[in-house]
Design a protein around this ligand. Structure first.
Ligand code: ASP
Length: 310
């Protein structure tokens, strides 16, 4: 059984000046996840490592580089899910946390709950000794300028997902050499969201889902649309009915477009190592490592590859 990891850096109209940095970032994160799998690590360890790498990279809207809400603050959402047990942990509206995915994993492993939000998420972080990071170091110059420019959520959504500009949630899915699958998704949300707005990303079945019986999914795109169709679970239900991972993602994204006019993207892996990276936005930066080959893309139908050294 060969291990596979797939990552995304968000589905939206990625401008040319961020294209190379976005592709380089997802390639590096996929390699990070791959090295965990290669050392015999679990799918859960691999998705956490890949998402941490994306959270550290300010080109992406997760951890460092998160978007600002209407009050100019960063509120972070993340989920992680283990396909072996259906165990999952999530945080929403957490502030000043460098690696929300790791906090989500701690919720899964160290509490009896599936999600902690806002003050509770931060209190829990403090209780387990997870340090907070000053806001100034988390917010990029780029984000401050964009926020000043478009102080309106609805315009931002139109621009991000239908035309030009804005954001990128990150995510990873993996299958390890024992056939266990896992997913993780992390985001700063959508620029100019209301204080306390929670999108799809930390919600089980919307921003992500993982089940060893079918596969693992991480989604990105317009959160309010993804929530309405529970996109991750919709993709899984197509897989359960016998469709390929590629067809399942395509059909579900098309359904979201037709039913609620939302655009987005998804990465999927099955327990047998089939994988797909699909989107209905202009672009989505994604990368995958399968049998020591690094696959990556940004534009529709782009599937580039590089051989990794053993
Ligand atoms: N889905 C995220 C949200 O709505 C945004 C994104 O994927 O870019 O919070």
């Amino acid at each position: 059984m060969s291990a596979v990891v797939v990552v995304h850096g968000g589905a939206w109209a990625i401008p040319d000046d961020l294209a190379k940095a976005s592709v380089d970032g997802v390639k590096a994160a996929a390699c990070e996840g791959h090295s965990v799998l290669k050392r015999g690590g679990s799918a859960l360890d691999a998705v956490e490592a890949a998402v941490r790498a994306l959270e550290d990279n300010t080109v992406f809207n997760a951890g460092h580089g998160g978007t600002l809400n209407t009050e100019g603050e960063v509120e972070l959402d993340a989920i992680i899910m283990d396909g072996r047990t259906l165990g999952n942990g999530a945080v929403s509206s957490a502030k000043n946390i460098a690696h929300p995915v790791t906090l989500a994993r701690a919720v899964m492993e160290k509490t009896s709950h599936c999600m902690l939000t806002s003050r509770g998420a931060n209190q829990f972080a403090e209780s387990i000794g997870m340090a907070t990071v000053p806001t100034e170091t988390m917010v990029t110059e780029y984000e401050r300028k964009e926020w000043e420019k478009h102080k309106n959520y609805v315009t931002g959504v139109m621009e991000d997902f239908n035309a030009q500009w804005a954001h990128d949630t990150v995510g990873a899915v993996a299958v390890d050499c024992s056939g266990n699958v896992a997913c993780a998704t992390s985001t700063g949300g959508i620029r100019n969201k209301m204080v306390g707005r929670v999108g799809d990303s930390p919600i089980i079945g919307s921003g992500g889902y993982a089940d060893n019986l079918s596969g693992a999914v991480s989604c990105t795109g317009h959160g309010e649309s993804i929530l309405k169709v529970t996109l991750a679970r919709l993709i899984i239900s197509h897989i359960e009915q016998g469709k390929s991972v590629a067809d399942s993602s395509q059909l579900s994204l098309q359904y979201m477009g037709n039913r609620v006019h939302g655009a987005g993207g998804a990465i999927v892996v099955s327990p047998s190592g089939q994988w797909a990276a699909t989107f209905t936005t202009e672009r989505m930066a994604w990368a995958a490592v399968d049998h020591d080959v690094l696959w990556f893309g940004l534009d529709p139908n782009q599937r580039s590859k590089e051989q990794l050294s053993n």
